[in-house]
Design a protein around this ligand. Structure first.
Ligand code: RFL
Ligand code: PHB
Length: 391
């Protein structure tokens, strides 16, 4: 097989990249280890920042998001006895949208399928070759067991945190920076109307809790739990009790509505950045190059921001024979990556309980400042909702 861009991974980064390239008349082939159904139903991110929504709109992918998503002006930040609303629209002019990654994934898959995009699902043994040459390739075993090779001008690794692309950057060149946190999130999806109009991020001595949502009838909630927590030790009743305690704030008779839990999982949290994001004819985008803890709602948005920078760089490289934007892709993308890495680390360390009581005083002081100073609130709002495309 021969194409211009071989894309490894059909998550949001891979499918959006193939969509953006196709708009510029550039051909690509996508390979993916999982089935289309599995990729479309993975429960993950829920918040799209302003620039993500603008980008999806601008490439014809904003229709269902605008019709079925939910625009939020801001978030609540709380600690026992106090709940404060931060209004991002007042602070920065930017809102965010609650629209599940599952829905973004379905919209992308439908658009690529309508355009006749070649996507090979359920492949195995993906391997990258000749990345230092102008004829790199990707080999894999197709669903029927046939060995295939895609010869391309460029290979893009959009294969998430466990894919093989990251290691395609030679060991002598690559560097990584990592922070592992001493806690995890227990996340649930429940068939119950959200008990809040906007997301609640709650500091509590028992641990962080968060109330998010997917629709008018589906809630998404999280609890800070120790690393290594076995999900089977958390019965539904225990989860709802902990959520009610941590999200309660003793004001206006607010109550958390419990309901049937349909999904339950534990996810560890880490920050990770591998540099550079490009070597020879291999480019990395999304979780393949960087991971953030979910507290800042940045992972999906960063994947979108990477490919928004990469697509025009590949257009210049392949059509205009201008290597400039491709040569500066890593440096350009990493500016936003490090801003979001810092913001996600900051939100995480401000809201999660640690072993050291000194931290709790600093956290509460920071929360009081962010919710009472316009400058403090605007800083959080700009990072959460309003970094411009190309920051
Ligand atoms: P993905 O989505 O992981 O897609 C990578 C794809 O590559 C495939 N793959 C391979 N394909 C071929 N050959 C191989 N050898 C392969 N190895 C792997 C995989 O099967 C997969 O389909 O990465 P991408 O596209 O970079 O997208 C990144 C986002 O998915 C991720 O950052 C977000 O989900 C993170 N995240 C959140 N981000 C937000 O912006 N806002 C949020 O509110 C938010 N909440 C979350 C999150 C992630 C979570 N989890 C479970 C990690 C909440 C959670 C719970
Ligand atoms: C979610 O809805 O899953 C979600 C929302 C905001 C976050 C993390 C996860 O910061």
């Amino acid at each position: 097989m021969r194409t211009e861009v071989a894309i490894i991974g059909a998550g949001p980064a891979g499918l959006l990249l193939s969509h953006l390239l196709a708009q510029d008349g550039i051909e690509s082939i996508v390979v993916e280890t999982r089935s289309a159904e599995y990729v479309a139903s993975r429960i993950r991110a829920g918040v799209l920042e302003h620039s993500t929504v603008e980008l999806l709109d601008s490439v014809g992918l904003g229709g269902r998001l605008r019709a079925e998503g939910d625009e939020h002006r801001g978030i609540y930040l709380q600690w026992p006895e106090e709940r404060h609303h931060l209004d991002f629209v007042d602070l920065t002019g930017c809102s965010v949208w609650v629209y599940g990654q599952t829905e973004v994934q379905k919209d992308l898959a439908a658009a690529r399928s309508a355009a006749g995009q070649e996507i090979h699902y359920e492949v195995t043994d993906t391997a990258l070759h000749d990345l230092d040459t102008e004829r790199p390739s990707v080999s894999f075993k197709d669903i029927d067991g046939t060995r295939q090779t895609i010869e391309a001008a460029v290979v893009v690794g959009c294969d998430g945190s466990f894919g093989p692309s990251r290691a395609g950057i030679p060991q002598t060149v690559r560097e990584s920076a990592e922070r592992v946190y001493p806690y995890s999130w227990l996340g649930i999806l429940a068939d119950v109307a959200p008990s809040t109009d906007e997301l609640i991020y709650a500091w509590h001595p028992d641990g962080f809790a968060m109330h998010s949502m997917r629709s008018a009838t589906v809630s998404r909630l999280y609890l800070q739990v120790p690393n290594g927590t076995d999900v089977s030790t958390w019965s539904d009743d225990r989860i709802w009790d902990a959520l009610a305690t941590r999200l309660g704030h003793g004001q206006n008779g607010w109550r958390l509505r419990p309901g049937p839990i349909t999904e339950k999982s534990v996810l560890p949290m880490r920050s990770f950045v591998q540099t550079p994001m490009r070597h020879g004819r291999l480019f990395l985008a999304g979780d393949a190059a960087h991971i953030v803890p979910p507290t800042g709602a940045k992972g999906l948005n960063l994947a979108v921001a990477d490919v928004a920078v990469l697509a025009p760089a590949l257009l210049a490289l392949l059509r205009k024979k201008d290597a400039g934007p491709a040569n500066s892709y890593s440096e350009n993308a990493l500016r936003r990556v490090w801003r979001c890495t810092h913001f996600s680390w900051w939100m995480t360390t401000m809201l999660h309980i640690s072993e050291d009581p000194f931290d709790a005083h600093l956290q509460l002081s920071q929360l009081r400042w962010v919710t009472s100073s316009e400058a403090g609130a605007a800083g959080l709002a700009e990072n959460y909702a309003g970094l411009p495309i190309g920051f």
